[in-house]
Design a protein. Sequence first.
Length: 116
Amino acid sequence: MAKKEIKVENYLEKIPVRNENIQWKQDDENKVTLEIENTGFFNTVAQKIFKKPKVSYVHLDENGSFLWPLLDGEKSILTLGVLVKEHFGEKAEPLYERLAKYFQILESYKFIEFKD
């Protein structure tokens, strides 16, 4: 019987990439706002019937606003963690647990994907 090879992937080695369809801007205080266009059938119905907005704005907190511009498709979560630690110091702790959860949330909303 052949052994099955199990590939264990380290989450911290993943490389996040911003969704290119999401527009974003950074204000004078370096706070990032994502502009999410509400498309699709149900969103169109909600816009017409319930007066829902065509574009939703997601305001990132201090940590998210620091990280978002750094998502260049080259840096791994581990590398980003080093930059966060340098910038925020002890305020960033527990660092990698928070980063893992943050990127899971971004991925669940399709704000990012991970590079293969």
